[in-house]
Design a protein around this ligand. Sequence first.
Ligand code: SF4
Length: 319
Amino acid sequence: MKEKHPLLVVKNLSVEFGVGSSTKLQAVSNVSFEIGTGETLGLVGESGCGKSTLVRALVRLIRPTAGQVFYGGENLLQCTSRRLKEIRPELQMIFQDATASLNPGRTIGKTIEEPLRVVGVTDKRDRTERARSMMHAVGLDPDQIYERYPFELSGGQCQRVSLARALIMKPRLLLCDEPVSSLDVSVQAQILNLLGRIKQRFALTILFISHDLAVVKNISDRVAVMYMGKICEIAGAEDLYRFTHHPYTEKLLSSIPNPEPEQQKKKARINKQGAVSQVTPHLGCRFYPKCFKAQSICKEIEPELTTIKNRQVACHLPL
Ligand code: SF4
């Protein structure tokens, strides 16, 4: 559950990319949220909405255009490269394509050991023992797998290797960028269960990104919904699935298959409408062309993220 002191506080973060000589693409626009120590925040939205760009900007793999990112009270966007290097082991990422994130010419054992070598752990025996311990922690048998190569492993096993490589640095914050999207449903469930267990065992705080609301629900304490570079709703996971305030969240929920005919009719109503470009964003709400509730105010004034009861919503006409 969310604790009193946030581990990560993001304030008004924006990331823009140049498109041609004069146009800017607003990949992330004025995003603010926080993650409590020990909390799992799910970040959900369609592919291309800016989720991955946001996560990379948090750890300065991409330089943000504006905003602040406080980790344990320290602004990551202002600290020196040397200080960032000291902090980075505490902030570990795992990626969607685990197989591609592993060096194909390096054995699994060496892959998991490598971060220790990079930070100066020179005792090979110590590195090996810690790598083997991490393999056990993620459900891999080191006797079977230590000398193997990534191409000999399944997608699920490769994701476990990625996790072991991240955990060996004893992170406090784990940034998971679509970690189960490329896996079969049964393997997805195994990896999600594993994440839940290692979160408890290693006292982790997690930012979990997915385009799939059903996946996010299973692992998150709270969920932030993102659309075209903006956060449109943040709520407790159970609350969000019970009742949504933002029409886009409603649309996302409606994309989850439902066997009830009446619910399917409702989905058809919610899912019609058009599209906008992030390169030339509207003055008003970015969801306006697709929104079944839109009024003229929505086209003219961009809604701010405001608190309604125990959640935050960016909508002039919340549901
Ligand atoms: Fe729809 Fe208007 Fe709310 Fe945007 S502000 S989501 S267009 S109702």
